[in-house]
Design a protein around this ligand. Structure first.
Ligand SMILES: Nc1ncnc2c1ncn2[C@@H]1O[C@H](COP(=O)(O)OP(=O)(O)OP(=O)(O)O)[C@@H](O)[C@H]1O
Ligand SMILES: [Mg+2]
Length: 151
């Protein structure tokens, strides 16, 4: 049985290490290694301070998105985070976006940004390897750790 988000927060360093050794890899980025916790969640583990900053920023932006449904519909939710942002739990993408789907999705997101739908947020790094689809086929971004926030 996969651990709940609450159980993850109780793990010791050794417990986390053992868990990571047992989980399948879901992907690897420049600052974070991503493990599949189960069919619906991934654990994004920082492998540098930059990774911790990306986790912190992603968690922060998700918090902002909870008050901006327009933005929330385009993002994979962050469900939990370690107090030091060594890891975050995020909803798992069901599949990656092919070039066709990704192109029109990226265009839509950029149009929304240009028309002021996401005040205080600047989108960065919108490439297809940072986007996926949820279980309903909705295109969303899972790597928004480098987006800029001006509050
Ligand atoms: N929510 C998710 N669901 C499924 N796979 C994911 C999810 N988040 C990340 N991944 C996988 O892990 C890879 C790395 O994650 P992510 O892009 O968030 O890390 P990063 O270190 O910030 O990347 P970058 O190199 O773009 O800075 C992704 O390309 C993707 O394959
Ligand atoms: Mg990425």
């Amino acid at each position: 049985m996969a651990l709940t988000n609450e159980e993850l927060l109780q793990l010791t360093d050794q417990g986390l290490c053992d868990l990571l050794n047992s989980l399948p890899l879901a992907g690897k980025g420049s600052t974070r290694t991503v493990y599949a916790l189960d069919n619906s969640r991934v654990l994004k583990v920082a492998h540098s301070e930059a990774g911790q900053r990306a986790n912190e920023n992603e968690a922060h932006i998700w918090q902002l998105a909870e008050n901006n449904l327009f933005l929330a519909q385009y993002l994979f939710p962050v469900e939990a985070q370690a107090p030091d942002f060594a890891w975050i739990v995020q909803e798992k993408a069901y599949y990656c976006l092919g070039p066709g789907n990704w192109g029109s999705f990226a265009e839509k997101l950029q149009d929304e940004e240009a028309s002021g739908s996401f005040p205080g947020i600047r989108i960065w790094d919108l490439v297809n390897v940072n986007c996926g689809a949820d279980m309903y086929g909705n295109s969303k971004v899972f790597d928004y750790g480098s987006w800029e926030v001006n509050e």
